[in-house]
Design a protein around this ligand. Sequence first.
Ligand SMILES: C[S@@+](CC[C@H](N)C(=O)[O-])C[C@H]1O[C@@H](n2cnc3c(N)ncnc32)[C@H](O)[C@@H]1O
Length: 265
Amino acid sequence: MQNSVIQQYRTSANLDARIALHARFSINPYPWMRWVFDRLTLPPVCRVLDLGAGTASLWTTNQDRIPEGWDITLSDFSPGMLAQARAALSAVAHPFAFEVVDAQAIPYEDGVFDAVIANHMLYHITNLPRALAEMRRVLKPDGLLITSTVGERAMAELWALVEPFRPGLWERVCALTANYNLENGAAQLAAYFKSINRYDYIDGLIVTEAEPLLAYILSSQTLQKQPLSQAERLALQSEIAARITAEGAIRITKIAGVFVARDRV
Ligand SMILES: C[S@@+](CC[C@H](N)C(=O)[O-])C[C@H]1O[C@@H](n2cnc3c(N)ncnc32)[C@H](O)[C@@H]1O
């Protein structure tokens, strides 16, 4: 497991900053997590495993429509993240199980889940073939794998703001998700599943405040390897604020979607 990924998700702070920017400034009025949940076409009684569940936002956002008969396990390799997920769901009536799990070694029997979910997490996996084989193994033969990810050049305008401070950073940010993105995900899933459908979520950001955008940038795993000094941080904040004043907002292209895979090879 990469140390930088472990550091990134030790607590939910970095993920929280990113979710907050999307929650406040996204154009699409239909929330991302509602849209992802719509892909979960499952029977009223079934068993679901969410891998790398993060702060449980899939389940908090859809708490009003979780079927009673769904037996749901939230898992994450980070105990800190899982504690946050548990706290976020403490007021939700539906029962959930919580388990620390590395997606590369899933501690369940073969063929027990009707659905496995892996949202925005497969690109973090060091041994992706092993994780995909594990997901297929724990799925029932007709089970569903739902995995969301980003497109190759997502959020270019945001990273362009940082380029003067850390030349080449965006290329390194893109490299972080390059092993599993919308462009190459289907080909990788095809080794394990016969039917794969891609769904794209149409959205963008119109950001009208500097602070949440700066917080998003500072949450980046890549930037945290070469942190900005206090002076650089203030300069970036001023640059963002000046752009917003001049143009009314900073517009950012989002590219994200979901693969729905079924029928084990
Ligand atoms: C970008 S967050 C996504 C969280 C959540 N699925 C969502 O969409 O909001 C990635 C999550 O994957 C988890 N993660 C990274 N590598 C993992 C692994 N090998 N096994 C399980 N979880 C992992 C991280 O701790 C983090 O919570």
